[in-house]
Design a protein around this ligand. Sequence first.
Ligand code: ATP
Ligand code: FE2
Length: 326
Amino acid sequence: MLCLGIEGTAHTVGVGIVDENCNILSNLTDMYEPLEGGIHPREAANHHADVLIHLVKKSLKSAGKRFEDVDLVAFSQGPGLGPCLRTVATGARALAISLEKPIMGVNHCIAHLEIGRKTTGCEDPVLLYLSGGNTQVIAFTEKRYRVLGETLDIGIGNMLDKFGREVGLSFPSGPAIEGLAEKGDKLLQLPYSVKGMDVSFSGILTAALNLHKKGEGLEDVCASLQETSFAMVTEVTERAMAHLEKNEVLLGGGVACNKRLGEMVDRMAKDRGASKFVPDPSLCVDNGAMIAWTGFLEYESGIRMTIDDTHINQRFRTDDVDVTWR
Ligand code: ATP
Ligand code: FE2
């Protein structure tokens, strides 16, 4: 059985094709890059509309498959930016209707977790999901994926990108900040903002920009920004693991590509006799394969959707989903 998954919650549009064993036959992405400033939802959606059909064709070609080989069409139903979600949902509906194949809407955050679980071999992890728009600690408990902690303002990747933009780094800035941080050797004081199980990043962003304006070296500011914000999310993750007595931690989202983050989470896991898992970078970032795989799991567990059920949901909550496949 072949499932074609379309991702498009934010600036990345992705098309992935997977089979029933989660062999990933292709997984292509195309990213909208704003000329200046942040991401404009309407422009990102226009970009997705322009590239989607080409990406579908390219993905089929690289998988060595034809349209007729597709058995199921899955798409990211939310959470995300309205115009982007609507564009991708329209594309998925058109494809499913014209191929006369079933369609399946997928929760984007759960897709990060499911592709990680399948490809890294962990079974029941606490997911630390860190991307541009999202910062969440998620785990399976009482038959649902629950958000145990999250950001109260902006996502951690967003914070890094905003900092990078102000100091003149290219977008997305996470990788450049990581490179600079490696050369930093001074830990500067920044607000450590953990509130219960939640975190917040707007204060640390302002404080880091101020330090830079006052003449602190960019390398030291980047290193301090990483150390402080990563320590915050690691702390909350550890508390979730302790509370739920889980001994696996899984990383997901673009920020999970950061090596220093990996080291810090690894150290925390080892100290408590737990294990850390990180998917391949191509599966950490937003991608179509994770949507395809989760769509397949839903379908296999008996879920069926009509076109009426495929309304997008900008605020699709992780714990809204009835996890019928676990
Ligand atoms: P979502 O829609 O889930 O919020 P997204 O559109 O932000 O996702 P992702 O590809 O998951 O997309 O994540 C992109 C983010 O990851 C950007 O903010 C980017 O700066 C950050 N990032 C990428 N690589 C690194 C890295 N090595 N270190 C830190 N941050 C990174
Ligand atoms: Fe994501």
